[in-house]
Design a protein around this ligand. Structure first.
Ligand SMILES: [Zn+2]
Length: 234
């Protein structure tokens, strides 16, 4: 499953937060976003960190839309661009990012590759992660590559996760996490002041990935997908 494989994640550090068990197995890593208006200088810090990462990584350098926290996570509304946001200016940037991502990523993808990317509820619940999933799910339907998403979730993203189920032919794969190697990457991001997770060590002993998920009309039992719930800031 790692032959001609690419890990595509939204923000620099997502690749080690949500994909650490496959980070050293994939052929290459593509990260979408770099600058973030709300945190001046973050993009430069990220660019510096990226030069030190011990894997093949490229960043598309797209400015973040500033979508964080703008969806109604208690009752999220899925749109063609990701999730409905409660800010018209952020929505415009978010929609523009969807188009740029779709165009840039289409050029990277062929039918014979395996793509690892965010799940449709954005792991703990990030609007940009949801958007990237929707971009890639659309491209998967068009191009036909294999796709795997992690099963991380949180109390925040649970309502959205409940709208998905494994398709009948979906596969599950589990891989052990090398927490020491992951912590070393986190240390690189911290050194450059651009580690964005709230704690030091979110990693479980192993990660689970699932292929093809379907949106479902009725709420699924949590056991339908083996969710791995992460702790959120208190
Ligand atoms: Zn992220």
């Amino acid at each position: 499953m790692f032959e001609r494989s690419v890990l595509i994640a939204a923000h620099p550090d997502d690749e080690v937060l949500w994909f650490s068990s496959v980070l050293w197995k994939v052929d290459r890593v593509v990260l979408a976003f770099r600058d973030y208006d709300a945190v001046p200088g973050l993009g430069q810090c990220r660019a510096a960190a990226l030069t030190e990462l011990p894997y093949r990584v490229t960043c598309l350098g797209i400015p973040e839309a500033g979508s964080w926290h703008l969806a109604d996570w208690a009752d999220p509304r899925i749109t063609e661009f990701g999730l409905a946001l409660n800010s018209s200016s952020a929505s415009r940037r978010y929609e523009a990012n969807f188009r740029v991502l779709r165009s840039r990523l289409r050029a990277e993808l062929t039918s014979d590759i395996a793509v690892f990317t965010h799940n449709p509820w954005g792991e703990y619940g990030h609007e940009d992660h949801v958007q990237l999933y929707r971009v890639l799910e659309g491209l998967r339907r068009e191009i036909g590559f294999r796709m795997w998403v992690p099963t991380y979730s949180s109390t925040w993203s649970a309502a959205l996760a409940a709208r998905y189920a494994r398709s009948s032919d979906a596969r599950l794969c589990r891989f052990p996490v090398d927490r020491i190697a992951a912590a070393r990457i986190a240390g690189l991001y911290r050194k450059h002041d651009c580690w964005t997770w709230w704690s030091d060590a979110p990693w479980p002993a192993e990660e689970c990935f699932v292929s093809t998920l379907n949106e479902v009309a009725t709420r699924q039992e949590p056991s339908a997908i083996p969710l791995s719930c992460v702790a959120l800031p208190q």
